[in-house]
Design a protein around this ligand. Structure first.
Ligand SMILES: [Fe+2]
Length: 392
């Protein structure tokens, strides 16, 4: 704001005007009437004469004007509907102009506040600007300057409103577009998972089941919902990298050669390379990359141990191994649930986080497997019964 332009030159009080108002002489026609219809102005001053003069002149300029003799009365009028301008004196008995402005801008931030101050109150007028006033005008003031000050304040409020609308609209549009892009990514990745499961018949439904088991463990641990949601996404995608493993290797019935095993162990890094360029998936990458680490540090790809393994990876390691053991694979039949549980318990502290194992075993009886989830080959009603009856 150009203060030199907006601060009026201070005139001595006119001898005929006890309020110190300068008589209007030669006011440009454009400042009167027209264009101000419907703009409500509340004039707050404990000097009745000043209010009356300001009211008369603003009404001549086309404003709808109301008066209040104190800050308290002004606030009472707030219930009568929206005001475009609050033109208030600073020094009033009871609630002063600063307190009025503070309270008013809290309740009605769209109103343009203007303070009328005596010259000696300039420091206070600056405080009023800090309280959200658009401008101030020093008494005695010239009527043309008052009109220009009001118009500038209204213009400033209008620009603020437009900027706010623009920002809200922009934020909404950015969010819509981001959601759209993310849902397209999720659909594409879902298609990749389906393609992977089509390649590897024996892992059909594996991602869904690992997700169900992982989320059940997380709930048992009391993790926050946000953390559970991240875990859910990571679990769905944990084996995505197997898309880069040849089908003959994935479905090989016999023992893998060293080279073939090397192909398998690269799948967490392959998943990283697929997902890394997409910002939406970046928070999930550590969990996916390390889901084959072992608690004793003998896993892959980074040989991380103990708490250095991300918590979601430690959870998924238990869920993943349990599902692998209870599913029929090309190279072996599914284990009964109680045997798989015994194996999980045996490996607590070596392969698995010893604090997660009992939680997984404890939550099995409460695990809910949705009807549309493809259960492992051989995972029939009897096995579901075992899953519940062998809970620890
Ligand atoms: Fe895996």
């Amino acid at each position: 704001m150009d203060r030199d332009r907006d601060i009026p030159v201070k005139f001595p009080p006119h001898p005929a005007d006890t309020t110190g108002m300068i008589p209007t002489v030669g006011i440009p026609e454009a400042l009167f009437g027209g264009g101000n219809g419907g703009q409500r102005v509340l004039v707050v001053d404990d000097e009745e004469l000043l209010r009356a003069i300001v009211r008369e002149r603003l009404e001549m300029a086309g404003y709808h004007v109301e008066e209040a003799a104190s800050g308290e009365e002004a606030l009472d009028k707030l219930g009568n509907g929206r005001y475009s301008v609050l033109l208030t004196d600073l020094s009033m008995s009871g609630m002063d102009g600063i307190r009025l402005l503070g309270e008013w801008s809290r309740r009605s931030p769209e109103t343009a506040g203007i303070v009328m101050s005596a010259n000696a109150e300039l420091g206070t007028a600056v405080s009023a600007l800090k309280m959200g006033a658009c401008d101030y005008i020093t008494k005695p003031f010239n009527f043309e300057v008052l009109l220009i000050t009001i118009q500038n304040a209204l213009r400033k409020k209008e620009i603020e409103r437009q900027l706010l609308d623009y920002r809200i609209n922009l934020e909404r549009k950015v969010k819509e577009q981001t959601d759209l892009i993310n849902s397209m990514y999720v659909r594409s990745i879902d298609a990749l998972i389906k393609a992977l499961e089509a390649k590897d018949f024996y892992t059909r439904g594996h991602s869904q089941r690992v997700t169900i088991y992982s989320v059940a463990i997380a709930r048992e641990m009391g993790l926050p919902e946000e953390g559970i949601e991240m875990l859910r996404r990571a679990a769905v995608l944990h084996d995505l990298g197997k898309i880069g493993v040849r089908e003959v290797v994935l479905n090989k019935p016999g023992r893998l050669t060293e080279e073939e095993f090397g192909e398998i162990v690269r799948h967490p890094e392959t998943a990283m390379r697929i997902l890394e360029p997409i910002p939406f998936f970046q928070p999930l990458l550590p969990a996916i990359l390390h889901h084959h680490e072992r608690f004793d540090g003998r896993g892959y790809p980074a040989r991380l141990a103990g708490d250095r393994i991300p918590l979601p990876s430690r959870i998924m390691a238990v869920a993943d191994t349990f599902d692998a053991m209870t599913s029929t694979r090309a190279y072996r039949k599914a284990l009964p649930v109680y045997e798989a549980n015994a194996e999980i318990r045996r490996c607590a502290g070596t392969q698995f986080d010893p604090e997660i194992v009992p939680l997984f075993l404890a939550c099995q009886s409460r695990m809910v497997v949705p009807g549309d989830v493809c259960m492992p080959e051989g995972f029939d009603e009897e096995m579901l019964r075992q899953l519940r009856s062998h809970a620890v």
